[in-house]
Every structure is written in C-alpha cells, then in structure tokens.
Write a protein that binds this ligand. Structure first.
Ligand SMILES: Nc1ncnc2c1ncn2[C@@H]1O[C@H](COP(=O)(O)OP(=O)(O)O)[C@@H](O)[C@H]1O
Ligand SMILES: [Mg+2]
Length: 279
C-alpha cells in the first residue's frame, strides 16, 4: 500500500488481556460515531468481529450467525468475492451500524489456515482493498491472544486503540503490546504503520489508589515508546450498568441514556470523528 493511496479508516481495538474492554469500546465508539454527521447524512460504521469468542454479537443484540457463510470466515479466504456478511444492529434507533459476526470453530480454523496461504496475514487487508465496504468507519474487535488474527487486523488497520484495565500488570502489559506492535509492523512491512491513537484506561474507580497510580504512569509509557500523536485518553469509569447494557445488546447510551459514564467516550469519539471527517 503506497503512502499516497487513500484508505478508509479502519480502527483495530487491540489488547493482550481478556476483559480489558475491547468489545465495550468497539460497540460504544460505533454508537458514538454513528450519531455524528458526515455532510448531511449520519456516519456509517461497520463492526468486524475477529474474536472467535464472538461477544460482539451479544453486545449488539444479535443471534450468532447460523452458517459459516454468514460469518467473517469467508472474508479471509480465496473464494471471497465481495459479498460482505454485514447485518444491521440497533437499526430501531435509526443508526447505521452493521456487524460482520464471528463463529468460534470456523474462525479458529480460519486462523490456522492463514499459515498455509501465501497472503494469509494480509487477507483481511486485501478484502478491504479489493472489495471496499460502504461504511465510513470500520472497527475491528480483536481477540486477546497476540496471534495470527491480530496480525491480520494489524495489517488491515489504519488506526489502533488499546483499552487497559487498571491493574498492577497493566502498565507492563501495555508496554509489551506496544513492543508487539513495533516488531510486527516492521515484520509485516506495513507502510505506513497504523497510527496508535492511544491507550484507553477502563473500569476506573476514583477511590482505588492503585487505579490512580497506574493512570499516572500511562503518559510516561507512551512517551518512552516515542509514539507520535498517541494519547492516554480519559478513563472510562467502572459501572455495573456496562454489563447490564451489553447483556441487553445495547450500548450504555441506549440502555441508560443519562448515565454519567456515557460522557467518558466523548473525547475519544471527537478524535475519531476528526479522523473520519464526521461532525
Ligand atoms: N467500564 C466498565 N465498568 C464495568 N464493567 C465493564 C466496563 N467495561 C467493560 N465492562 C464489563 O467487563 C466485561 C469485559 O468487557 P469486554 O468489553 O467484553 O472486554 P474484552 O472484549 O476486552 O474481553 C464485560 O462484562 C463488560 O460488560
Ligand atoms: Mg471482547
């Protein structure tokens, strides 16, 4: 991919820890962006589930696809001919958010098969390039293991966000993930490297001393790694309502409209809007 070629905004939500809030972040950013305008129409968002666990379906209020053809797996194969298996979600709320779902066993097999394909790790990038989606923004929900599916996400993305839970191992975890990013972008010969937008601390409790300590370390980690234009974003507060909302298949904004945590996504959504060109 040459530097001058115009690419769609493809945001990968990456983390090497389970439960850090990848799917929460993917769905809430999809909602926030879909409310914003590009010209006189709403921004459209495509969510891609690259995690075999497939929790994006649950968070979006969707049943799992019945057949593998209706999942992400065919997109990562030679036979893909541009028939993206996107299904709408939250359409009752007049939002243009669509989801490309995953199915556990087929996606695990797909991940294995990437090894034997000469362009295995680039198949998602190739499909997005050869058969551009109509969405203004694509968000990829990645698995927690730093394996082939995450390498495929890295190769396909233009931007990266890293959610972290505020635990003692989070600072070292974030540093390891960023090392993975540098090493693998180089090995994949990505040009340019996807831009790291930053780290998003999640499940923040102001009354926990350890949370405040770890938050204070984040800017230094970003600085040490010399990540140009990367931020430590405002933390997303802890609330049980996040689990309740995802259990109901909705973002918090639709589940508890006035919940104060809805505001925690605003700075992130503003920055992402500026990248996508939405207002
Ligand atoms: N800020 C938060 N406060 C409380 N619970 C949260 C918060 N963010 C996420 N959760 C819950 O934590 C669990 C893990 O979040 P999830 O987004 O699925 O993480 P991941 O995709 O990284 O595994 C889910 O049950 C989710 O509802
Ligand atoms: Mg998840």
């Amino acid at each position: 991919m040459s530097k001058t070629e115009q690419r769609k905004v493809v945001l990968a939500i990456l983390s090497n820890a389970g439960g850090s809030g990848k799917t929460t972040l993917a769905t809430h950013l999809a909602y926030e962006l879909a409310r914003r305008k590009i010209g006189c129409r709403n921004c459209s968002v495509g969510l891609i589930d690259l995690d075999p666990q497939g929790s994006l379906s649950l968070f979006c209020g969707l049943e799992k696809p019945l057949t593998l053809e209706k999942s992400i797996s065919p997109v990562l194969s030679d036979n893909f001919s541009g028939n993206w298996p996107f299904v709408p979600c939250w359409s009752d709320y007049k939002l243009k958010v669509e989801v490309c779902q995953s199915l556990q066993q087929p996606l695990l097999k797909t991940a294995d098969d990437l090894v034997n394909h000469p362009r295995g790790l680039y198949l998602l990038a190739d499909s997005l390039k050869d058969y551009p989606v109509e969405h203004d923004l694509v968000i990829i929900d990645c698995p927690a293991t730093l394996g082939r599916l995450n390498l495929a996400a890295l190769a396909a993305s233009t931007h990266i966000l890293i959610p972290i839970q505020l635990e003692p191992k989070s600072a070292s975890g974030a540093a390891e993930l960023l090392q993975f990013y540098f090493i693998e972008c180089r090995r994949l010969r990505l040009d340019p490297y996807p831009q790291v937008m930053g780290i998003v601390p999640n499940q923040y409790r102001t009354d926990q001393a350890i949370h405040n300590e770890i938050l204070a370390q984040m800017p230094t980690i970003i600085q040490q790694l010399q990540l140009k234009d990367a931020h430590c974003y405002p933390a997303i507060r802890f609330s049980y309502e996040f689990s309740n909302a995802s259990g109901a298949g909705l973002p918090l904004h639709l589940y508890r409209k006035k919940h104060p945590a809805c505001k925690d996504f605003v700075k992130l959504a503003d920055d992402l809007s500026a990248i996508v060109g939405a207002k």
